[in-house]
Design a protein around this ligand. Structure first.
Ligand code: ADP
Length: 161
């Protein structure tokens, strides 16, 4: 059985993330979407909220699990019995960052590989931070985030205002 871990902040999940998850689901028996609990900058949604938004988006999709982790990613990947970790690549700076992280992770855990999927062209410019910024300014992000996420975002942003 092949297992891949897809780690990230998912603050919140976007259509770009979802596209990568769906495509990985065709390639691996099991995809574990792993929400990073302690990123360096504060998140808009808590770990549980980020997990719940992902789970609601994935309803009915078999072979995909949602979990969270803290600490070293390679330790978590080992604990899950996964053979690889998954990343999505957009044009530009993603590559340099992922290249460096992949080499460091391979040094820490030589048996675990990194699989990168290239973004679909319609999601090339989609990143969660930009979606939050546009939503906060009242812009339309439909089609770029799942509808449950758009609702959660407008609720969170209106209570913050
Ligand atoms: P971000 O804050 O950059 O949206 P995350 O930490 O949540 O990112 O990202 C988790 C993974 O998902 C990373 O590998 C990131 O490159 C990837 N990803 C994020 N947005 C997209 C997208 N629009 N298309 C493809 N991959 C993406």
């Amino acid at each position: 059985m092949t297992t891949v871990v897809f780690p990230g902040k998912f603050d919140p999940i976007s259509m770009g993330h979802l596209d990568i998850i769906k495509r990985a689901n065709q390639l691996f028996d099991r995809v574990v979407v792993a929400v990073y609990e302690t990123p360096s900058r504060p998140t808009l949604f808590s770990t549980d909220e980020r997990k719940d938004l992902i789970s609601a988006t994935l309803t009915g999709m078999s072979g995909v699990e949602v979990d969270s982790f803290s600490g070293l990613l390679v330790d978590y990947v080992h604990a899950k019995g996964a053979q690889a970790m998954l990343r999505g690549l957009r044009l530009g700076s993603d590559f340099e960052y992922e290249f460096e992280m992949a080499l460091m992770n391979r040094k820490l855990a030589p048996g675990i590989d990194v699989v990168c999927l290239i973004t679909s062209i319609e999601y090339q410019f989609v990143r969660s931070s930009l979606l939050k910024e546009v939503a906060e300014l009242g812009g339309d992000i439909s089609g770029l985030a799942p509808s449950n996420v758009i609702t959660a975002l407008s609720r969170r942003l209106s209570t913050r205002a």
